[in-house]
Structures are given as structure tokens and as C-alpha cells.
Design a protein. Structure first.
Lengths: 183, 183
């Protein structure tokens, strides 16, 4: 059983070490983790970004499931690159799991960086007048309900861990769920 | 030929009108646009978010192609909900097209809201020490190269239009390309 391990983890300074920890946890639960190649190619070489894309896509095609890290990245929502991969696996009918180390609702997260108000039509809007999804969900409904219907509901800790980028408890819960469902 | 019209357009106050304009442009080019249902359900009804999800997924399953609006949304990158849909369609082997009304590179966009520096290892990093993709691409490589390989390269104007949310020139270019490729 192969599981593609998506997430903005690849952008951390210790990305390679975190990938090794994630793969070790997978092995402990009897599954094989495949970690994206972003840090395994020469970034200065011509065509490096395409090489990473092709490698990651081949890994996804070879995997039975995905575990995506949807912890907010440079904004109130998940990393778009990671979310692309979640969608790609859902489109292929693969098993979809995700975790998020920030248990706040999406509306709460948006309110951290911009003024959020309720309009006359009861719509919640940001400072630019754009609607803020207000279903009490932790992120955009497309990802949250994709998990509900195509895998397992989003795994979140009760409280934000001290190190949201390196705490792998919620990740391990996903691995356990995936191993049960694939087994 | 049906084309799913993904984008954060659904969060604009005039979302319904923009959807109508997009569908009109599709009709003019001989294809049928399917616009997400986010504004066609009673948002206060129980289960509204799941109803939207199921409706949008059914529309995607019924479509031959997707045109996604990847204009940056609440941060330096595209709207994650839209990107989920792009990935979903790519995973199904459907034709993928997108446009973006902000022609800046991803690294330039990140630098608008946070201090970006180059580390000793030549890695471009943000204020949190997270790597900033630095391939000169306008967004995360997964979306950009998915378009290159699974449809048509990202369509962008030479200069940012005055109204990035309502200028549909780049959208119309995508419709023309999709009609040619599907025809």
C-alpha cells in the first residue's frame, strides 16, 4: 500500500528530515509513504520545476491514497500546490485523507489578517467585499467535503500544537486510518 | 462540449452576474459553461455546504474541460477551492485550462506581503523561513505544469487589468482555446 505524502512540509528548512519522519511513521503502520521530490532535484538545473512535477505526478499515479497537510500556508487556507494534489487523487478515485494543525474555522482565520464584517444581506465579507465562507468549516468546502465523501473527515488536534509544522500526531492518526481502510 | 467554470468569482458580490457573462461568452464560442452552484442554494439551510459540494462535483463529472480562474485570492496564490477543482479534473484526464489576471511571478507576489530574503544556501525564504518557489512561475509549479501537460499553458494578460475580478479577456482566450481543442 503506497500513500502519497503531500504538504507544504517541502518548503521547511528541514524538509528532508520531516519527510524521513513521515516515512518512518508509515513503515511502522505497515504502509509505504512516498514523499514529494521537491528537495531531491538540483533546483538550479534547467527544467527543474518540470522534473519535480513529473516526479510528483508519477508518485501520485503509483499511490493508493494521499495524506495531505492542510495546515494554513501564507494565508487563511491550505497550500494550493498541496490542494491540487488532493484534488488530483480524488479525481482518480483514490482514498483521500488530510490533517490540519490549526483547528480554527476558516472565518476565524480570515479575521486574523483582515477586517471581516457582516453585510446587510447577512453575508460575511472581507475588506475587499469578497464573501468569507461561513459554514463553520476549517477551510474551503470543496476540500473538507471531498474528505468526508472520498476518504476520511479532516483530522485536527483539539488545540494548536506548539510547533504546527513539525507536530506529526494528526499525521499519524491519518496513517492509522489509511492503513485500516486500505488493509 | 461542457466546460466547468471554476474560480473565486463565486465570492464576489456580483457573482451571479459574472457567471452569466462567462456562460454568454461560452455560448458565443459554441460551448456550454457550467458555473458552480455556491450562489444557487439557501446558505442558511442545514447541509448547504454539502449540497454545494455535491452539485459542483456532479458538474465537474459531467464536464469535458475546466477553465479555472487562478488570480491570487487572499494571499500570493490561487484560491485553494478552485485549485482543488483543477486537480480533480486533471486526475480524471479532462482538458485543463486556467487564466490569471495578475501577471507577477509567485516570488514577487509573496514579497508584497512579507519580507523575502535569500539564505546562505541560495534558497529564497519568507519571514517564517519557509522556501519561496523561485522558478519565475506565476504560482505553485504543480498547477502551472499541470496546465502545460494536461491542457494549455496558463493564460495571463501582459499587464494587470484595472478590475482583476471582472476583466474577462483572459477568460475568453481560454474559452477559444478550449473550443479549438475540444472541437
Amino acid at each position: 500500500m503506497k500513500i502519497y505524502l503531500a504538504g507544504p512540509d517541502v518548503f521547511l528548512p528541514d524538509a528532508v528530515g520531516i519527510g524521513q519522519r513521515k516515512c518512518d511513521i508509515c513503515r511502522h503502520h505497515g504502509v509505504t509513504g512516498l514523499y514529494p521530490l521537491d528537495n531531491a532535484v538540483d533546483l538550479a538545473a534547467p527544467g527543474a520545476s518540470m522534473q519535480i512535477f513529473r516526479g510528483n505526478e508519477a508518485m501520485m499515479n503509483a499511490s493508493d491514497a494521499i495524506i495531505a497537510n492542510l495546515t494554513p500556508f501564507r494565508g487563511p487556507g491550505a497550500d494550493p500546490g498541496t490542494v491540487y494534489e488532493l484534488g488530483y487523487m480524488a479525481g482518480q478515485g483514490k482514498l483521500c485523507l488530510s490533517y490540519c494543525n490549526d483547528p480554527a474555522s476558516y472565518a476565524e482565520r480570515v479575521a486574523r489578517s483582515t477586517k471581516v464584517t457582516r453585510g446587510a444581506d447577512n453575508r460575511l465579507v472581507d475588506a475587499d467585499g469578497l464573501t468569507v465562507e461561513d459554514f463553520g468549516l476549517p477551510d474551503n468546502l470543496m476540500m473538507i467535503h471531498a474528505l468526508d465523501l472520498h476518504g476520511s473527515p479532516l483530522v485536527m488536534p483539539h488545540a494548536k500544537p506548539v510547533d504546527i509544522w513539525r507536530d506529526l500526531s494528526a499525521f499519524e492518526t491519518c496513517v492509522r486510518l489509511a492503513a485500516e481502510k486500505l488493509g
